[in-house]
Write a new protein. Structure first.
Lengths: 298, 305
């Protein structure tokens, strides 16, 4: 995590662009720019800027946005609800679709559902998120007009509108995730299906479904959970794009706006936050291994 | 060191593998689509295009197939058809889409070549020289823990006027760790092989050893990985342009055309529709090529990626 923090900081600070000049505007004199630079602490050496920044982060202070003139913690608090809702919805949707699809594909190997899953996984990797987004939007929101086109409604302002506006973006984002998880599920289940204990379970007369759920899926779970964790990187990248497509005022949109405004503290904080979430989720995934497979110990 | 040359090569029967290639359907389809798109990119000026940056305020937001009369200074007129309509500045979408293929292909190929080259060098060195490995891999882990698109977006924000070079660099950096990991895993499995040990015993200096005996084993996985990097680079470039943080908006790229059409998508979907199809077809072709290459060149990789 410390390495990530150092990277994020160095990458964003070793630049040609001068944020002080941008904030001051076109008509500013050199003195104005210098004053702003001093106020923001940009005149300090890079190393001490980093120490100050990391010290503040450790104390929970993310700093103040150059551009939005608010503390970054406030900004993030404002924008986190849509992102969290979108990500959770997508995750649930993707797992609910992908795991049954993958298991069925492996179980009925060579059937149409198997070909469908393999086709979907090629397609899911090839069609970019925003293309899927616009295709779904055109079809369901404009052509059939079943769902709202864009926008977001806070959960506090009515649950119906909240869910309705979340369906399209979540589906959009879920497709690539489904492709990823279903493919791994299929491979992993196929491997376990050939194992001795599965043959034994079948031989003792257990029906197919209990065999699949209790004996196969459980043993195939570790790679599936791993890929769900690794896929969070895709999900985060996808969130940034999907929020732009569907005009959702979340953290992803904040990142893009901050980049466009060269608002470094905000970009740093958001990238760090996303990376922290990603690392944390993968840590959790590592910990679930011991639950899924008692043979694994740390 | 003439004895070194007689040592067995790490690549097993490359000729036999190469002969199997044309029989793979996926390689054929992918290569065929890709060939069409490369042809489009190369022949862009001869495909009935007008200048992709030319603004015509009188012909804004035309639907596909709209006819347009251009009056010349000497009084004569010519009629052109905007096959894919025009955007909100009156630029011809067809021309922009056709020219846009150039940027996508350049970005895809350059990113693939650069990141494979950098990743190869770092991977070889860190896989072979053990004390460096720990340091290099920590740095790579750090880079990999930042989601790729986010890292690219953050990197683009570095330079003032984002241009082609900045965008390429921003896409290369997140891709490098993946190539490094791949090369390193190959090196780690090869370095204990008897023929490498034999070469070492004969006193071959490390650089020559790496180049002559370890490098050949990495070629097949790298070709495969390179195509996947290429596909993902094309997607990321389009995403960056679409978000408005990529190549400057006047340059015709598929992402830029879509960004342009975003505001009026509900009324004029053609701005988004046509570049989408080209983008998806290109990436699909590259991915199919990669899948096919992987299956023929190195079946073991199937489980790794």
């Amino acid at each position: 995590m410390a390495v990530v923090a150092l990277f994020v900081f160095l990458l964003l600070r070793l630049t040609a662009g001068d944020p002080a000049a941008i904030i001051a505007g076109d008509n500013a004199t050199a003195q104005d720019v210098a004053a702003i630079r001093q106020k923001l602490g940009l005149d300090e050496p890079i190393a001490s800027q980093f120490v100050i920044w990391i010290g503040k982060i450790l104390r929970g202070d993310l700093g103040e946005s150059f551009f939005f003139k608010k503390t970054i913690a406030e900004l993030i608090a404002q924008r986190i609800e849509p992102t969290l809702a979108l990500a959770t919805c997508t995750l649930v949707l993707a797992v609910l679709m992908a795991v049954p699809l993958g298991v069925t594909a492996a179980y009925k190997r060579g059937s149409w559902i198997d070909r469908f899953v393999m086709g979907l996984s090629v397609l899911g990797f090839s069609v970019p998120v925003f293309v899927i987004g616009y295709a779904l939007m055109y079809l369901f929101a404009i052509h059939f007009a079943w769902l709202p086109v864009q926008g977001y409604q806070r959960i506090g302002d009515g649950f119906g509108g909240f869910i309705l506006r979340l369906i399209l973006p979540s589906f959009t984002l879920a497709i690539i995730y489904v492709a990823l998880i279903a493919r791994i599920t299929r491979t992993s289940v196929l491997e376990v299906l050939g194992a001795d204990h599965v043959r034994t379970a079948r031989a003792k007369g257990l029906a197919d479904l209990p065999v699949l759920l209790r004996h196969v899926l459980r043993n195939a779970a570790v790679p599936i959970v791993t890929i769900i964790g690794l896929g969070v990187a895709l999900l985060i990248g996808g969130v940034v794009v999907t929020e732009s497509v569907f005009s959702i005022p979340g953290l992803g949109r904040l990142t893009v706006d901050a980049v466009l405004a060269r608002d470094y503290p905000t970009v740093q904080a958001v990238v760090l936050l996303f990376s922290a979430v990603y690392v944390l989720i993968n840590l959790l995934v590592d910990l679930t291994y011991t639950v899924l497979d008692p043979r694994i110990r740390y | 060191m003439s004895t070194v040359l007689t040592l067995p090569s790490a690549v097993e029967r490359p000729a036999a593998r190469a002969r199997r290639l044309p029989r793979n359907r996926s390689v054929w389809i992918g290569a065929a689509i890709l060939a069409v798109i490369v042809a489009i990119a190369v022949l862009a000026p001869y495909l009935g295009t007008t200048s992709p940056a030319e603004i015509d305020p009188a012909a804004r937001n035309r639907r596909p197939g709209a006819e347009r009369v251009i009056r010349h200074e000497d009084g004569t007129t010519t009629t052109t058809t905007s096959r894919m309509g025009t955007d909100s500045l009156g630029r011809d979408v067809y021309s922009r889409v056709i020219y846009g293929s150039r940027v996508s292909l350049i970005v895809g190929v350059t990113v693939a070549l650069i990141s494979v080259a950098i990743g190869l060098v770092i991977g070889l060195v860190s896989g072979y020289i053990r004390w460096l490995d720990a340091i290099v891999m920590r740095i790579m882990d750090g880079l990999m823990s930042i989601p790729a698109i986010l890292l690219a977006i953050a990197l683009v924000s570095l330079s003032r006027g984002a241009g082609l070079r900045t965008v390429i660099l921003a896409i290369v950096i997140p891709e490098v760790p993946r190539v490094v990991r791949l090369v390193r895993s190959v090196v780690l499995s090869v370095r204990e092989e008897p023929y490498v040990e034999a070469a070492r015993a004969l006193g071959v200096p490390t650089p020559a050893l790496l180049a002559r005996h370890v490098l050949p084993s990495t070629v097949a996985p790298l070709v495969v990985q390179g195509t996947f990097v290429c596909a993902s680079a094309i997607v990321v470039e389009a995403i960056l342009s679409f978000l408005g943080v990529g190549i400057p908006p006047e340059t015709p790229t598929w992402g830029n055309i879509m960004a342009e059409g975003r505001a009026l998508f509900r009324i004029f979907p053609h701005n988004i529709f046509f570049p989408s199809i080209f983008l998806a077809a290109t990436v699909l072709a590259v991915n199919m090529l990669g899948d096919g290459l992987r299956d023929t060149l190195d079946p073991r990789l199937r489980h790794q990626i």
